[in-house]
Design a protein. Sequence first.
Length: 263
Amino acid sequence: MNVQLLGCIELRTDHGNRVSASPAVRALLAALASSPNTFVSDENVIDRIWQDAAPAHPLNALYTLVTRLRKALRVLGTGEEAGEVIRRQGGYVLVIDTAAVDACRFRALVRQAREAVSREEDVQALRLYEEALSLWHGDPLSGIRTGWADGVRVTLRHEWRAVVLNSAEAGLRLNRHDDYLPQLHELAREYSLDERVAGLLMLALYRSGRQDEALRCFHRIRSELVDRLGDEPGRDLRDLHERILRRDDGIRTGRPAPHALAS
């Protein structure tokens, strides 16, 4: 089975067939699958699903949803392999193999990629980062509009951006700067004050023989930082700017010096 949280909430068979479930049942699935094998109290489950819009008798409504979710899970089989909702005093636990939950797989792949980076195995790290990013199919927990879901989305989006940048760094270390320029340009537009994004874009441009554009990128973010925050770029970005300005051969290929990029 597969539980999709990184996009529309879905429950699928190992063959990719979607198991039919109502929006409320999918919301319950997300409320439990986001904390797999962990007790979630009735109060927290109700808050995650409905927040201030709970029905008149929320515990009865929750019990009905649990019954329907169990029925959907039985379509996939029995036991931990398929997932099982267990009642505990005052709450529920979704017993499931975490590899069946895409958000858990995403984080596991990211951990493996970081370990590969620490061993300087950038080809392997890049493969793992790309596999992790391929699990995303849109905005996480799409369809749930509660404070809890909003918080989970913020956390996951932050993790996604970090992985995108880690992936780009690995790609640049492998001298694949041209491959990452379109994505870095897009990120620089979306996160115009992010110095790490700017540093990666500057380095990719410089390595692509576009020194002037790399320097303009620095001046653009510096201007925004000064105008909007009243602050100058950090030392990492200023050092990178100086190295590009003097055409430093040390950052043209491979691994940049430790201070060349903010991390």
